[in-house]
Design a protein around this ligand. Sequence first.
Ligand SMILES: NC(=O)c1ccc[n+]([C@@H]2O[C@H](COP(=O)([O-])OP(=O)(O)OC[C@H]3O[C@@H](n4cnc5c(N)ncnc54)[C@H](O)[C@@H]3O)[C@@H](O)[C@H]2O)c1
Ligand SMILES: CC(C)CCC[C@@H](C)[C@H]1CC[C@H]2[C@@H]3[C@H](O)C=C4C[C@@H](O)CC[C@]4(C)[C@H]3CC[C@]12C
Length: 369
Amino acid sequence: MANSAQAQKLVYLVTGGCGFLGEHVVRMLLQQEPRLRELRIFDLHLGPWVDELKTGPVQVTAIQGDVTQAHEVAAAMDGAHVVIHIAGLVDVFGRASPKTIHEVNVQGTQNVIEACVQTGTQFLVYTSSMEVVGPNIKGHPFYRGNEDTPYEAVHKHPYPRSKALAERLVLEANGRKVRGGLPLVTCALRPTGIYGEGHQIMRDFYHQGLRLGGRLFRAIPTSVEHGRVYVGNVAWMHVLVARELEQRAALMGGQVYFCYDRSPYKSYEDFNMEFLGPCGLRLVGARPLLPYWLLVLLATLNALLQWLLRPLLLYAPLLNPYTLAVANTTFTVSTNKAQRHFGYEPLFSWEDSRTRTIRWVQALESSAQ
Ligand SMILES: NC(=O)c1ccc[n+]([C@@H]2O[C@H](COP(=O)([O-])OP(=O)(O)OC[C@H]3O[C@@H](n4cnc5c(N)ncnc54)[C@H](O)[C@@H]3O)[C@@H](O)[C@H]2O)c1
Ligand SMILES: CC(C)CCC[C@@H](C)[C@H]1CC[C@H]2[C@@H]3[C@H](O)C=C4C[C@@H](O)CC[C@]4(C)[C@H]3CC[C@]12C
């Protein structure tokens, strides 16, 4: 992609560019992709911060649109060289119906693929998820595995099922001829649990801790490792993949890459305390305060209440049988595939990632006062 005639000639489209990860990818592209001429940000809900980006040297075009509408996607994509497809409905709490999750995550992805073919966009990077692999419904641990580690991936929940289907569509589309006759080159990135500035669930835990007098209560044993990766490094991986996909199409086309960095292996709660601790919260209990069977019972009750109350109101607490199973099953990755295939090294050290996230939580504190 980088011959001199093409310097500052590339048009990128980022779907979901106003979400948590999307905003980081958009900002990272503007900082780290010198060949960018135009950056199109496509999202159902455009953030007000997008306007601030319009004063720089790169043309930033904000497009309010819906990935489930094929014609809107195709119109937005016309003339784009690369599409980074991040838009998705991230719902493990039962807020949206399985049908809506499927429409956005699977049909939306199919629309992006068809738009590539129709408009001649040759490079497609898809944001998949660790949940395409697991944890599975049997609760099997995935301990520091890599892209080739055998694992029985069985999905029942609509979100991982939709991500797995969408990822398969993207990988199978690799090599399809796009308008003009060139082959489509696709690949999928699988982040583990992303953290960093803008992370809604971290914000929720922080506010919950404040409401409980500065305390959170341990629910998950410290021995259960949960994979986490800093949002800045996930964004950097997206930028690098998009950049390298043309030169290394034969190697990278149709491939999947876990997103990883040097964040430590810890339980979900202990990891959150790396940021919430310095902001004044305390995790009470060296071991879970409630026995696991009681948590399962509470999670089941929550699911039942959600079902009963659905005609009247939306009851969607953090704890349900699915989130409990994910939080309580070891799932961590240890791989260097991205480094081998496209020279990825984390842009942010663990210390930087931690400091940036702590500063962001501290800013939440001061903005709440
Ligand atoms: N957050 C995580 O820990 C995590 C981990 C692994 C993978 N992912 C994946 O990363 C992607 C981004 O996740 P996120 O955490 O930034 O979520 P997010 O909800 O913050 O961002 C998703 C964005 O997609 C947009 N969107 C939703 N439906 C749309 C539609 N129909 N048309 C156009 N835009 C639409 C939303 O408005 C939002 O801006 C998702 O595909 C998700 O599956 C997230
Ligand atoms: C049992 C309670 C004390 C804690 C509940 C925490 C729960 C809400 C958290 C734990 C793990 C989190 C998921 C995990 O980090 C990875 C992903 C993948 C991504 O594609 C979407 C988000 C998701 C499912 C996180 C959602 C929140 C979870 C379940």
